[in-house]
Ligand binder design. Structure first.
Ligand SMILES: [Zn+2]
Length: 190
């Protein structure tokens, strides 16, 4: 299944929200999700949101991010039966629905909206739909949690060969360096 740009944007937004707004570990360090005004900033950065984003919307999206993390972790552990009901609940709660939208001069495209067009509900519905389309299609195995030590940031593998394991090149390099050090230490002992 090929994803159009709208679907890719929704998957990227899901990843950005989970990684910015959920506690855990990131690239070798403890990660505490920001709160208050910092949370608003984090959402703004994750979604390239406008300046009118409020704390209520940011808090709502933090709740969505925690639910989306449950989905990523379940899929990464091959527990699709746990991931699906979580996504279904999110689709139901946000009132996710398709709608044809058109930018001036562009063809009509299917976009996903929520029960209302408020910022938080709209993005919650969109992200839930993006992950549902991935999980229910050939992209189920593409949702992942970083395999590096002390990191639980998530990713969607959109590479052609589906070989991604890490959230970032930073983590990939950390693991490579550790393997290199281990090999060298092993060599010196011989
Ligand atoms: Zn990582």
């Amino acid at each position: 299944m090929l994803f159009d740009s709208h679907m890719r944007a929704l998957l990227a937004a899901s990843v950005a929200l989970v990684n910015a707004l959920t506690d855990g570990e990131a690239r070798g360090r403890r990660y505490l999700a920001p709160e208050g005004a910092d949370r608003v900033e984090a959402v703004r950065a994750a979604l390239s949101a406008g300046t009118d984003l409020g704390l209520d919307a940011a808090d709502q999206l933090a709740g969505t991010a925690r639910a989306l993390r449950v989905v990523f972790e379940a899929v990464a552990a091959d527990r699709l039966d746990d991931a699906a009901p979580t996504l279904n609940a999110l689709l139901r709660d946000s009132g996710a629905r398709p709608q044809l939208d058109r930018a001036p001069g562009q063809p009509w495209q299917v976009h996903f909206h929520g029960a209302d067009d408020s910022y938080a509900v709209g993005w919650s519905a969109g992200c839930a739909t993006g992950l549902a389309m991935a999980l229910g299609g050939d992209y189920a195995g593409r949702l992942g949690v970083c395999a590096a030590p002390r990191c639980d940031r998530v990713y969607v593998d959109t590479s052609r060969n589906a070989g991604r394991q890490f959230c970032s090149t930073a983590c990939q390099n950390r693991v490579k360096a550790a393997v290199f050090r281990a090999r060298r230490a092993g060599g010196e002992e011989e």
